[in-house]
Design a binder for this molecule. Structure first.
Ligand code: 3H9
Length: 688
């Protein structure tokens, strides 16, 4: 039974029981409808509805969204609650999200526990509220707040909900408080559907539309939600519901909703697979981070925030000072943004030790090396760590590109080394690539997964290769961008094309942010092993000669006069013209569509090779990497999901056309070919 009911002294208690989050599927809807009839038949004074497990309800069961909707539909269930002569009170603990919030809004009264959250996050799943949210919320909180909550999808806390008029009270024990509500007072509250809709406000709606067009470009649901709210203002309540429902059903089966559901469930499925389950990471009390630069400081902060004792090792006093400053800046920024309070900041500091003495690492259960990308430096650090840490402690390297097998080979016990590849800023970015070297033990990998869980990261297992999963795809993306640039475009045209695709910024602006010197160092490292038949684009090297290293030098692919906003730089555009001239290339004009096609195909082709070689375990892992580490638009579902939406056969055909231009760069991945031949999607493909 997913909805249970009982009564005591004319008060009905209805409990939604579908753990862990009380998602509202068909059985819950049916149970609620029966509860309405039961309460009316029993002539109850009131019904108090809550959820089991300290959660009210996380919304409609998104697992049902791929199938046609089954009766009873949530809008009719909620109308029955709203229109019933027995008043319902929502006693909200944990979360009331999406359909959960819509149930609460159909109740006559809402009481929330102090730590609970309520919201309509449907747009984050590519849909809009489909059970009256766009009609009931504006009636309860006014147009401005409703537009903000529905189009941005961000839940709010109990106090804010109370101030906004969405709920009636904040109480430690909402069920007890609902029991104590005076019957007469309850009887005076007007059912939500009888409230008047707020007045139409063209200026407010215009501003909201402009904001969404800028902030959520490309995404259908937020703008659609706005249209539905607006149209609903001038319609009778039930007509407003009907037009909302039509839009919800249409979006639910559309590509963006499918893509967002895919990422939602892929993220939740990113857990330790069988041999790596049962990690001892929960026992990790003390972690070591070697190197307090930007990366090391971010990692250290993430570990501190997870409650660990953290020792940061640096080479000398200057290094220690830099580490302290870097971590201090993160703590200050977290304080400023209200993410932590002063007590928590003090607690973080109390668990942090800065030292140049490796002896301080002697009690640690895990050490993460986050030093300079130089193999000799890494060997030296890992050897020192191995000498002082307990024999069963796990060693990890945060290298972005270097060979983890080579690092392991110098250790006395290579099985204890794994890669833990964090992404900058490491305390914020969700992705964690767990790199399995040839000799990494299952136990060490399991600890990586366990640590990811404690840190709230999305773990993805990667094999050893240059750049692992993410940076290897990134290298191909940049190579394709440079080729397009040299052969006819400008960096700003390339960036614009990719922003139109859905990236927050294009490859050139992003590189300006991270610094051109890092990619340069990589190119130099790769030079001896580079395929001599592969075309090499020298423009980025010219940028280094000119001292254009990105934002840090106020000039990179763009200029940043006075450290401010970006400005196109004709000198940079001229570099491509010069290099094309030297290489005797006649340049072509690429359309935005052609640019996008080349850059995205290059990534898909490389990702297919990565999957084929077993560097990634599944297409869905690559989706997580691209979305959570590299800004691939979430609403496209990640790189491989997007590829499947294009169709593998189409991709192969398009790559074959490009291969006529350059058979080396556009050599079709064998995995793509075999999938096309077998009529298989990339989601179904597994490493060879
Ligand atoms: C909607 O409501 C539409 C309506 O307007 C109209 C209807 C007509 N469905 O995240 P967690 C699963 S749209 C199915 O790891 P947490 C999740 O997959 C919906 N399953 O826990 C996982 O399963 P597993 C609007 C769901 O504590 C387990 O629950 N609502 C759903 O970190 C635990 O989840 C939303 O968008 C769902 N709706 O976070 C809210 N939600 O154990 C979406 C969760 O097998 N949910 N699961 O891996 C969330 O934001 C978070 O899950 C929540 C808990 C904050 C609730």
């Amino acid at each position: 039974m997913q909805v249970t009911m009982h009564s005591e002294d004319h008060i009905g208690y209805v409990t939604v029981s579908n753990p862990p989050v009380n998602a509202i599927g068909q059985a819950v809807r049916q149970g609620l409808l029966e509860a309405v009839r039961w309460a009316e038949r029993s002539r109850l004074d009131r019904v108090i509805i809550c959820g089991v497990g300290g959660v009210f309800a996380a919304g409609a069961d998104a697992k049902e969204f791929d199938a046609p909707p089954l009766e009873p539909h949530l809008p009719e269930v909620l109308n029955a609650i709203d229109e019933s002569f027995v008043p319902w009170i929502a006693a909200i603990e944990g979360v009331a999200l999406g359909g959960g919030a819509e149930i609460a809004m159909a109740c006559r009264m809402r009481i929330m526990a102090p730590g609970a959250r309520i919201g309509l996050p449907e747009v984050t799943l590519g849909v809009i509220p489909g059970a009256g949210g766009t009609a009931r919320l504006p009636r309860l909180v006014g147009l401005q707040k409703a537009v903000e909550m529905i189009t941005m999808g961000k839940p709010i806390g109990a106090q804010e909900a109370c101030s906004a008029g969405l709920i009636h009270a904040v109480e430690e024990d909402p069920i007890e408080a609902a029991f104590l509500v005076n019957s007469e007072a309850l009887g005076c509250i007007v059912p939500t559907w009888e409230y008047h809709a707020p007045a139409h406000d063209p200026d407010l709606l215009h501003m909201a539309r402009k904001k969404l067009q800028a902030k959520m470009a490309g995404q259908e649901a937020p703008l659609r939600a706005l249209e539905v709210i607006e149209a609903g203002l001038s319609l009778p309540f039930h007509d407003a519901l009907a037009q909302e429902r039509r839009a919800f059903l249409q979006l639910k089966t559309g590509p963006q909703a499918k893509a967002l559901r895919h990422i939602f469930f892929a993220q939740r499925a990113a857990k330790a697979p069988e041999p790596f389950k049962g990690s001892s990471a929960s026992e990790v009390q003390h972690a070591v981070v070697v190197g307090g630069g930007t990366m090391g400081a971010g990692i250290a902060y993430a570990l501190l925030a997870a409650g660990l004792h953290v020792t940061i090792l640096e080479a000398d006093a200057a290094g220690l000072q830099r580490a302290e400053d870097n971590i201090g800046k993160i703590i200050a920024a977290s304080l400023q943004r209200g993410m932590i309070d002063a007590a928590r900041a003090a607690d973080h500091r109390s668990r942090m030790t800065l030292s140049t003495q490796y002896g301080q690492a002697a009690t640690a259960q895990v050490a993460i090396e986050a030093a300079f990308e130089d193999m000799a430096v890494k060997h030296d650090i890992l050897a020192k760590l191995e000498a002082v840490l307990p024999a069963d402690a796990v060693l990890a390297t945060n290298t972005s590109y270097l060979d983890v097998n080579e690092m392991a080979a110098r250790l006395m016990d290579p099985s204890r080394l794994i890669g833990l590849h964090f992404f900058a800023p490491a305390h914020i970015m969700k992705l964690l690539e767990i790199v399995r070297a040839e000799k990494s033990s299952d136990r060490a990998i399991a600890l990586g997964y366990g640590l990811a869980k404690r840190l709230g990261k999305v773990p993805v297992l990667a094999g050893v290769c240059d750049g692992f999963i993410g940076n290897r795809i990134l290298a191909r993306y940049r190579e394709a961008a440079d080729t397009v640039f040299m052969d006819g475009s400008t960096p700003w045209e390339v960036d614009e094309a990719m922003v139109e695709f859905g990236y927050a910024m294009g490859p050139y602006e992003a590189q300006d942010l991270s610094g051109l010197d890092i990619a340069h160092a990589n190119r130099q490292r790769q030079a001896p092993t580079r395929d001599p038949n592969r075309r090499y684009i020298p423009i980025a090297d010219r940028m280094i000669e000119l001292g254009k290293l990105g934002r840090k030098t106020s000039a990179g692919w763009y200029r940043y006069p006075g450290g401010g906003g970006k400005v196109e730089d004709p000198i940079v555009a001229d570099l491509a013209i010069e290099e094309a001239h030297f290489a005797k290339i006649s340049r072509t004009d690429y359309s935005g569509q052609e640019i996008r096609q080349r850059l995205v195909l290059a990534m898909i082709n490389e990702a297919a090779d990565i999957l084929h070689a077993g560097i990634a375990q599944s297409a869905s892992d690559i989706d997580l990497v691209t979305v959570f580490g590299y800004g691939f638009p979430r609403w496209r579902g990640g790189l491989m999901h997007y590829a499947d939406s294009l169709g593998v056969e189409t991709i192969v055909a398009q790559l074959e056309v490009l291969a006529q231009e350059d058979p080396v760069a556009w050599k079709v991945s064998p995995l793509l070919r075999s999938c096309a031949k077998a009529g298989q999607s990339l989601a179904e493909a597994r490493p060879k």
